[in-house]
Write a protein that binds this ligand. Structure first.
Ligand code: MLC
Ligand code: AMP
Length: 502
């Protein structure tokens, strides 16, 4: 198969056509994208990066990061983006597990991260969000031509680290074949064309902003309004020059919270897409009432890219994630035995198809647990209704999704439990009006210690990325347990369900 860079057809697009517009900066054309990504591929090669090597990138969102992504594809190297919010401990683990050939980080964090160097040959380079830094300087001096390295469909294109219900994060291995199939499928399903402009306000260290947003735009030869982050005023201003928007539900909740957001603001849009977390039927309906647009909700995962989508034509059913994408198979199974269940029953959502990842980096032991033949167990619970729409009704995995970001309670509990005054704790997610779910730590402390949420949060600073920190801490004498001695999180979730109510 072709290298994903070639499969996306980037170099075949009219070089004068715009790929990205950014506020206050010159637009970037497809010709520049091709030439500049070649320079970065040559720069990485001159640093000794070879096919199959990991390239870790830990910088704030910027277009140069996409150039490095494309450069990795062209080189046959493996792009490894890391959330810039990670603490030293979080990043240090990822680097030691992935053993990258090179780490690219912001100049102001370079010294900090050199201390995390995981292998003797690992190289450090810097990149800043204004197009400066050592790797950018190196790339400027390199040739603007690079012949893509031939790859097989199952060669790795990227590794994205994702946490789990137990233990440390695992690196999901995505292949050129995985990403190419999903990009083409979504382009067709969502009718992306060269004239489209995507409003891109998502981070680019996750599947949603990196693969869904970027690859689909590239596969269509379309353009994007590349915003550094989601800021509601800038997004509303940007809608006037966009035709498609992709976002997590919090984006839509925040748009609806802005009095200036209405059908007029959204008049040039043909499509709003939501995913990464459940979009409530209420937000879906309110959005349609306000703008006339039915948000198209789809369902995906780091491990599988996109699995299902509501239809482009036809009913976009609120509270559902639509139908399996072409080429993707979904089955609902008994979570314990993994035998398929009768139509309409609730069970584990399992996924098979060319979109499904190649497994976890360094973790061949997980294969027998996560896969049954070609089917990958998502950890999500769902049912298919009589019209074929998939409903996600819950999660078997103990996961909180806050503003579209995953927070695994076991990881937070481990850090809180290690704090001196804490006897035990349970971390739960409860409804949050802005973030969908808000992280709550329920803590039992030693009686002598002052029960103070602010000081507990202060103790966690620097130990956990900000988005994982509890938005509220409550203190109990003891945690509720069942007859087996297991903490009853459902009891806690029920009890504190109204904690974030206005
Ligand atoms: C930031 N903070 C969050 C948070 N994001 N807290 C909880 N949940 C979040 N999601 C914290 C910061 O640590 C900081 O805390 C404070 O909020 C302000 O930070 P900010 O950067 O100004 O936040 P804000 O701009 O409000 O960000 C919220 C957000 C952002 C929703 C816009 O998180 C976002 O863009 N989310 C999208 C995530 C995404 O792309 N998910 C896709 C995963 S892929 P403090 O204490 O330091 O002040 C996937 C597969 C699929 O799931 O199907 O797509
Ligand atoms: P991540 O590991 O960050 O890729 O998150 C994947 C998880 O996000 C899935 O397993 C689901 O639990 C959740 N998810 C993604 N899209 C949706 C959606 N449309 N509705 C509900 N949950 C979703």
């Amino acid at each position: 198969m072709a290298n994903l860079f070639d499969a996306l057809g980037i170099a075949q697009v009219d070089p004068e056509r715009v790929f990205a517009v950014r506020n206050g900066l010159a637009p970037v054309t497809y010709g520049e994208l091709t030439a500049e990504s070649a320079r970065y591929a040559n720069a990485l090669a001159s640093c000794g990066v070879e096919r199959g090597d990991r390239v870790a990138v830990h910088v704030e969102k910027c277009l140069e990061m996409l150039l490095i992504y494309l450069a990795c594809l062209r080189l046959g190297a493996v792009f490894l983006p890391a959330n810039p919010a990670y603490t030293d401990d979080e990043l240090g683990f990822i680097l030691s597990d992935a053993n990258p050939a090179i780490v690219i980080c912001a100049p102001e964090t370079a010294r900090r991260f050199e201390a995390l160097r995981s292998g003797p040959h690992e190289r450090f380079e810097t990149l800043d969000t204004n197009g400066g830094g050592s790797i950018a300087v190196l790339a400027k001096g390199c040739a603007s031509h690079f012949a893509s390295v031939a790859v097989a469909a199952d060669d790795l294109a990227a590794i994205l680290y994702t946490s789990g219900t137990t233990g440390r994060p695992k690196g999901a291995m995505l292949t050129h074949g995985n990403l190419a199939s999903n990009a083409v499928t979504l382009r067709e399903y969502w009718r992306f064309e060269a004239g489209d402009r995507l409003l891109h306000a998502l981070p680019i260290f996750h599947t949603h902003g990196l693969f869904v947003g970027t690859n689909v735009t590239l596969a269509a030869g379309a353009s994007m309004l590349f915003l550094p982050r989601f800021e509601v005023g800038e997004v509303i201003a940007g809608l006037a020059q966009s035709s498609v928007m992709m976002g997590v539900p919090t984006f839509y909740i925040r748009l609806l919270g802005a009095p200036t957001f209405d059908g007029q603001t959204a008049r040039s849009l043909r499509l709003f897409i939501s995913g990464s977390a459940p979009l409530s039927a209420q937000v879906h309906r309110e959005f349609e009432r306000r703008t006339g647009h039915a948000i198209l909700e789809r369902y995906g995962m780091t491990e599988t890219n996109m699995n299902t989508s509501n239809p482009y034509d036809g009913e976009r059913r609120p509270g559902t994630v639509g139908f399996p994408l072409p080429g993707v198979a979904i089955r609902i199974t008994d979570p314990a035995s993994r035998t398929p269940l009768a139509a309409g029953e609730v069970g584990m959502i399992e996924i098979a198809g060319p979109n499904v990842f190649a497994g976890y980096w360094n973790r061949p032991d997980r294969r027998a647990v996560d896969f049954d033949g070609a089917f990958f167990a998502s950890g999500d619970l769902g049912r298919v209704d009589e019209d074929g729409y998939l409903h996600i009704v819950g999660r078997e995995k103990d996961l909180i999704i806050s503003g579209g970001l995953n927070v695994y309670p076991a990881e937070i509990e481990g850090v809180i439990d290690a704090l001196e005054p804490v006897r035990e704790c349970a971390v739960i997610g409860v409804p949050h009006p802005d973030l969908g779910e808000g992280v709550v730590a329920v803590v039992a402390t030693t009686a002598a210690v002052e029960q103070d949420a602010a000081s507990l949060r202060a103790l966690l600073r620097g130990k956990l990325a900000g988005y994982k920190q509890p938005k509220a801490v409550v203190f109990l004498d003891d945690l509720p347990r069942n007859a087996m001695g297991k903490v009853q999180k459902s009891v806690l979730r029920e009890r504190f369900a109204g904690l974030f109510d206005a």
